[in-house]
Structures are given as C-alpha cells and as structure tokens.
Design a protein around this ligand. Sequence first.
Ligand SMILES: *Cc1c(COP(=O)(O)O)cnc(C)c1O
Length: 322
Amino acid sequence: MIRAISREQVQDLRLYSDPECGILREKIAKQFGFEKANIFVSNGSDDILNFAFMAFCDTDRCGVAFPEISYGFYQVYADLHGVNAKRIPLGSNFEVCAKDYVHIGRTVVIANPNAPTGIALSKAEIERIVASNPDHVVLIDEAYVDFGAESCIDLVRQYENLLVVRTFSKSYSLAGARLGFAIGSRALIEDLEKIKYSTNPYNINRLTLLAGSAAMDENDFYMQNCRIIEENRAYLTDALTALGFQVLPSKANFVFAQSPEIDGEALYRELKARGILIRHFKTESIRNFNRITIGTMEEMQALVAAVKAILNDAKKQKETEL
Ligand SMILES: *Cc1c(COP(=O)(O)O)cnc(C)c1O
C-alpha cells in the first residue's frame, strides 16, 4: 500500500486522474468474477448512494423503501432528491423482515448487515426481495459484509435490478481515501456513469486509485484482518453477555448492546469520562442500546474492564440509595 504511492506518483498529481478508473475497475472485476462494465467506482460509497437515489428513485410515483432503523444517510438522500420514503419498522428482535419488502413496488435500499444493529439477512432472503420487484432497483449496501455475512454479489449475474454497493472504508481500512464501488448489470452501471460524467468525471484522485488497486492486490491480507475482528467480536459478545447485556447477533465490525442495569446514555457518558467512545442514538426504540466498534483485543479488554467498574459503581449507588 505504502509502496504504491511513490514520490513519482505524487509528482504525477499535476495530471488529471483517469476518469474511467480502468485499472481499478479491472482489478475489482477480476476479484469478484465480473466484467469491468459491471463495476462502478466513486468517491466513497456515500457518493454512490447519492447517485443511486438520483438515478433509481422515481420522484413522482413509487418512491423508495428502507428500514426505519438503518444508515442515516438514506433519509438524507431521499429528502435531498424529493423522493417519497417509506420507512419500514424492524421486527421484534430488531431484524429487517424480508417479507415486508417482497412485491413492495418501490426502489428498495437495505444495508446488509444492517446498521447499527449488525444483524444480516441471508442471500436467499435478499433474492426473494430482488425477484419479487423486477421493475424496481434493489440496492444492497454491503458496507459491513466482509465481517462474516453472506454477500449477494452472485445474484447480480441473474438479476438486472440488483445493485450491490461496497466500500473500502471498513474492511479495507481506507476511510480517509474515499473509495466505494458498486456491482450491477451493465444498464445500472451505465446510468451511474452518466451521473458521474455529468457532475465530476475526475471524482477519484490519482492517489486513491493507486491505494484501491493496492488493496485489491492484497485482498487476502484485509480478509485475514476481518477474521481477527470477528474473533474480537466473539470475545466482546461473550464478555458483555456474561455481564448481563443483551447483545444482538452481529455480522459487522461492531456490536449493538443494552444492559438492564444501566441506561444506554448513562453508559455512553461514563465510558466517555474514562476515555472510551461508543455510539449512542437518541431514537426512542433503540435508546437503551449502544453501538460498540470492535477494535484490538487490548481495546476490547479495556472496554470490558471499564464496563465492569461502571456497573459496580451503579450497583453501589443503588445500595446507598436504599
Ligand atoms: C460507512 C457506511 C457507508 C459509507 O461509506 P463510505 O464509503 O465511507 O462513504 C455507507 N453505508 C453504510 C451502511 C456504512 O456503514
């Protein structure tokens, strides 16, 4: 990775980047067994989502559907482009219910695994949604799929209405490089290209193109890293469960957990005071939960120790109050 960005490459920054992103798209295509024409790359997957809302959500008629609890940008893009958005509640175990999207007759956007719950749908469930909405694009945002979920990329070969969106920000540790890609039928990719060429043809800079190509060359290294994250996730899940937490079954690089002993926001504040940042959401249905990102084993152990101390303090506090 570091070697890919040489002094010569920095000097070449005087030149525009390749608007076709040919080398990178070829590498991604080869990695996943597709043609270059099935690959779209852009400046982060947020950029692709924005383009997809522009291209595939019918403003005056059908609109879009996505889970009520999911990645926050879906609603932002729907509002930005004036798209009618149907927000579908999660099931009783905080899962996305595939049946709610079958024959829905709208563009569908689902993060799989979902955020911030970490819960994943199977490829078979995704296929039911895609197959039952042949006249609408189904966009599956696989930002976290490399951490143990089942990808639906294979289904792109069978279904022209499926667009799978991926990012280099999570499993390839390149969030600051801003690079995302989508895999879909030629027709869908052509539509995205049209928007890109109509807004900013050089939207991926030369250094990021190099970083993305190097990451594809070293794919095994990054996938190995994901396996370590999965091990640390299992450790954290067990440790929090032993402390009485409910931990949702995560296939992402975070867990979503709540404790019957302490309010979600209080836990967030107490950990912050100890120098540990987790994510709390104020949304009513998930306000007792926190999203905890998986880090190194040392970081997970430090977190568990801090949570133990906080729960003990809370218990003592309760006893003195009695
Ligand atoms: C992080 C994330 C993105 C955005 O990724 P970028 O490529 O950094 O823009 C999109 N969708 C989901 C669900 C994410 O978690």
